[in-house]
Design a protein around this ligand. Structure first.
Ligand code: ADP
Length: 480
C-alpha cells in the first residue's frame, strides 16, 4: 500500500468513517512544498459528544476481554504498523516535514508502544496486603479507568498517539483522540489500522477540527475519566483548569527547556554526537530537544568549534529527498520564534558560528544555527526555542552549572557529559528534571518512563509507570 491509501480525509467514530455534521473541512498543508495535502472534517462539540458516547458504549465489552485477548489485537496493530512502515513514514514526512528516515524511525518507535503495552497489560498486577485485623482480608485490584480523551501535538504525529493509545487499550480503556490540525493524517491512519486489526467499533475514535470545541467537550463531559495531553504548557494549564470541574485524572506532557552540560572531564567527541541528536533531531522540534548548552571553560573552545563544523555540514531539504538532515519548520510562527531568539542573542553580544538565516529553499526552511558567547539571561536560555538554534553558554564550576540548569520553571529532559563517577551521581541527583541523559543525547524509548517535573507536566508515559496512569486502584476489604 502507498501513503495515499492511508491518507484518510474523514474521521473515525464508532467504527464508521464520517464527515462533519455541517460538512465543513480544513485544509492540511505539506510544510515542505507548501501544497495542500488534503482536507479533514471540521468537527466540534456534537461530533465529539457522539465519539464519547461510542467509547462509553464500547467500554464494557472491551474491559471484559482478558488482557491476553486485548494483547492479540494490539499485536495485530503493531504488525500492521511495521508492515506499512514505509507508507506511514511517507505520510508522516509529508504532513510534518521531517526527513523520511526520521519519519520511518518514528513509526517504529510509535509501534513499539503498542507492542510493549500489549504485553505489559498482562502484568497489571494488584496486591494482597497482610491484614490489620484477624477477621479481614485486603486485596488491591488494578482496573482500567474508563473513557480517555487524548489530545496530541504535531511534532510526533504518530508516536504521541500510540504512546497514549497503547497503554489505554491495554488497560481496558476506550479512547477519543484529537490530533493536531497541522498533522492529523498519521492519527487517522492509525485508526484505519485499528479497523484492519479488528479492534471493535467505538474502542478507538479520532475526531478532527476545532481544538476549543473538541477539547472543551472532552474536558466537560463527565463520561471521560482521563485527559492525556502532549503540547504546550499554556494549553495544558487550560485543560487542567477545565478538567477540574469534573475532577478528571490528567497526564500532561508539556514544554521543556532542556539543559545540556559538558564538563571538563567529558569525552568531547561523544558530547558532540549527543548534542547533534538532542538538539537537531526533528529540526529542534521535540520537547526533549536541548534548548541551552552549558560548557565548562576547559573544553568550551573545542566544543563550539566542533559543533559549528558538524552543523555547517547539515543538509537542509525536503523530507522525502534522500540525504536530508533538516526539513522545514512546521509553520511561519516557528521560524519567527527562532529568528527572535537569534536576534536577541546576537544583539546581546553572542557570536554566530554556523547558519543564522532562512534557507535559500524559502518557505519555512531555516539553516541549522550555532551561536557562542550566549549569556544566561538571554531569551533562548529561558524560553523553549523549538527550532534549529544551538546557543552555547560558558561556565566555570559544577555548582554554577547546576544552578543555571535548574533556573527554569520547566523540568522535562536534561543531559550532561562527564566521566567522573562521583560527579555523575551528584549532578544526576541535583538536576531538576524528569529525565536525565548521562553521556547520551537520546533517551526516548517505550520501556522507560517519559515525563517531566515542575511545569513540564504530570504523569509518565512508557514503561510500567505509563500503564499505571491509565488504571485505578481499587481496594477490597473482605470480612471473613
Ligand atoms: P504546540 O505548541 O505543540 O502546537 P499546542 O498546545 O498549541 O502545542 O497544541 C497541542 C494540541 O492541543 C493540538 O492538538 C492542538 O490542536 C490542541 N489544542 C490547542 N488549543 C486547545 C484547546 N483550547 N483545547 C484543547 N486542545 C487544544
Amino acid at each position: 500500500m502507498n501513503y495515499t491509501d492511508f491518507l484518510k480525509q474523514q474521521c473515525y467514530i464508532d467504527g464508521k468513517w464520517c464527515d462533519a455534521d455541517a460538512g465543513g473541512t480544513i485544509e492540511v498543508t505539506d510544510p515542505g512544498s507548501g501544497k495542500v495535502l488534503g482536507t479533514i472534517p471540521k468537527m466540534g462539540t456534537d461530533e465529539t459528544h457522539r465519539a464519547i458516547e461510542a467509547a462509553e458504549a464500547a467500554l464494557p465489552a472491551w474491559r471484559a476481554k482478558t488482557a491476553g485477548d486485548r494483547a492479540k489485537l494490539l499485536r495485530k496493530l503493531f504488525d500492521l504498523m511495521i508492515e506499512h512502515q514505509d507508507a506511514l513514514g511517507e505520510l508522516l514526512s509529508r504532513e510534518q516535514g521531517k526527513p523520511f528516515t526520521e519519519a520511518k524511525g518514528e513509526v517504529a518507535y510509535g509501534a513499539g508502544f503498542i507492542e510493549w503495552f500489549a504485553e505489559e497489560g498482562k502484568r497489571a498486577y494488584g496486591d494482597v496486603i497482610p491484614s490489620h485485623a484477624a477477621d479481614k482480608r485486603i486485596v488491591v485490584l488494578k482496573q482500567g479507568l474508563g473513557v480517555v480523551g487524548a489530545i496530541t501535538p504535531w511534532n510526533f504525529p504518530n508516536a504521541m498517539v500510540t504512546r497514549k493509545l497503547g497503554p489505554a487499550l491495554a488497560a481496558g480503556c476506550t479512547i477519543v483522540i484529537k490530533p493536531a490540525t497541522a498533522t492529523p493524517y498519521s492519527a487517522l491512519a492509525i485508526a484505519a489500522l485499528c479497523e484492519m486489526a479488528g479492534i471493535p467499533a467505538g474502542v478507538v475514535n479520532v475526531v478532527t477540527g476545532s481544538a476549543g470545541q473538541i477539547g472543551g467537550e472532552l474536558t466537560r463531559n463527565p463520561t471521560v475519566h482521563k485527559i492525556t495531553f502532549t503540547g504546550s504548557t499554556e494549553i495544558g494549564r487550560q485543560l487542567l483548569r477545565e478538567s477540574a470541574e469534573t475532577i478528571k485524572k490528567c497526564s500532561m506532557e508539556l514544554g521543556g527547556n532542556a539543559p545540556f552540560l559538558v564538563f571538563d572531564d567529558a569525552d568531547v567527541d561523544a558530547a558532540i554526537e549527543g548534542a547533534m541528536i538532542s538538539k537537531f533531531r526533528n529540526n529542534g522540534q521535540t520537547c526533549v530537544c536541548t534548548n541551552r548548552f552549558y560548557v565548562q571553560d576547559g573544553v568550551y573552545d573545542e566544543f563550539v568549534q566542533k559543533l559549528a563544523a558538524r552543523v555547517s555540514a547539515m543538509k537542509v531539504g525536503y523530507g522525502m529527498e534522500a540525504g536530508t538532515d533538516a526539513g522545514p519548520l512546521i509553520d511561519e510562527a516557528a521560524v519567527a520564534k527562532v529568528e527572535e531568539h537569534l536576534k536577541d542573542a546576537i544583539d546581546g553580544g553572542a557570536t554566530l558560528l554556523a547558519g543564522g538565516k532562512r534557507s535559500p529553499l524559502g518557505g519555512t526552511f531555516f539553516e541549522p544555527t550555532v551561536i557562542a558567547g550566549v549569556k544566561p539571561d538571554m531569551k533562548l536560555a529561558h524560553e523553549e526555542t523549538f527550532g534549529p538554534l544551538a546557543g552555547v553558554i560558558r561556565f566555570k564550576t559544577e555548582e554554577e552549572a547546576i544552578k543555571l540548569a535548574n533556573d527554569s520553571e520547566f523540568g522535562l529532559a536534561s543531559y550532561f557529559y562527564s566521566r567522573d563517577l562521583s560527579r555523575v551521581w551528584r549532578v544526576a541527583e541535583a538536576l531538576e528534571a524528569g529525565m536525565v541523559g548521562i553521556n547520551t543525547g537520546l533517551i526516548s524509548t517505550e520501556v522507560a518512563p517519559f515525563g517531566g517535573v515542575k511545569q513540564s507536566g504530570l504523569g509518565r508515559e512508557g514503561s510500567k509507570y505509563g500503564l499505571e496512569d491509565f488504571m485505578e486502584t481499587k481496594y477490597l476489604c473482605m470480612g471473613i
